[in-house]
Design a protein around this ligand. Structure first.
Ligand code: HPA
Length: 248
């Protein structure tokens, strides 16, 4: 079973032959919606829309613990998440697809760990490499086979949202080393690591970050929908191929 978490711009997977949906309860509450089961290229997959199927749950309200727990309970081979980001690094223009390699956490007040209220000894997970290298490699390979341009690596800064950043905040994030900015990468990637999941992210640049490119004085949100819709064609092709590669 291959798991996919869809983000903004991907609340459903058109390439998925759906077999059924299942409501799952976890010790951490309910996930963002029922899990959707089906097949891509004959491989079994499970899909979950991070923001709910109606795209109604904002990044700071997502029950990341329940989402990852529900997927983990199915013992998936890999978990690939799709996330939209703002581009900070000059090459990350709207529509580009990038596989982040590192992450910086600026979120707060979220339920961010499974290691609490247990009677077990304190656990510190290693998080030097936040994403699964093999899964990242598979995504790169799939993109190559599909002739889809994709950028290998980059630092994802996770902000709290739901507001977008100020231009000065983007400058600060860039000085820290961030190439892109999004609101959901944390705690999702850390929770995946705590559960030992083989997890990686396909980030889609939805807009220039605040103060960058054509967004010098404001982020034009009108364009975002079309940019994401177009980019998701490529993302779906890559996902189909990743799933196929995983089955061999
Ligand atoms: N900032 C934060 N998160 C985002 C952005 C952004 O500019 N675009 C898409 N997700």
């Amino acid at each position: 079973m291959f798991a996919i978490i869809g983000g903004t711009g991907m609340t459903q997977l058109s390439c998925l032959e759906i077999s059924h949906r299942q409501i799952v309860r976890t010790p951490y509450g309910e996930p963002s919606g029922p899990l959707t089961f089906g097949r891509i290229k004959k491989q079994e997959i499970v899909f979950l829309a991070r923001h709910g199927y109606g795209n109604t749950i904002p990044p700071h309200m997502v029950n990341y613990r329940a989402n990852l727990w529900a997927l983990h309970s199915l013992n998936p081979t890999r978990v690939v998440s799709v996330a939209s980001v703002g581009g900070i690094f000059a090459d990350l223009t709207p529509g580009k697809i990038v596989i982040p390699g590192q992450i910086i956490d600026h979120t707060y007040g979220r339920e961010f760990t499974y290691f609490e209220n247990t009677e077990k000894p304190i656990t510190h997970i290693d998080f030097t490499e936040p994403y699964c290298g093999v899964t990242r490699g598979r995504i790169m390979e799939a993109a190559k086979l599909e002739n889809e341009k994709i950028i290998d690596g980059g630092v994802y800064a996770a902000t709290q949202g739901p507001r977008l950043e100020t231009a000065a905040e983007i400058n600060m994030l860039e000085r820290e080393g961030a190439d892109m900015v999004g609101m959901t990468g944390m705690p999702e990637s850390a929770l995946a690591k705590e559960l030992g999941l083989r997890y990686a992210t396909i980030a889609v640049v939805a807009n220039y970050a605040a103060g960058r490119g054509t967004n010098k004085h404001a982020i034009r949100l009108e364009d975002v929908h079309d940019v994401l819709e177009n980019a998701m064609f490529g993302v779906r092709k890559i996902l189909e191929r990743v799933v196929e590669l995983d089955g061999h």
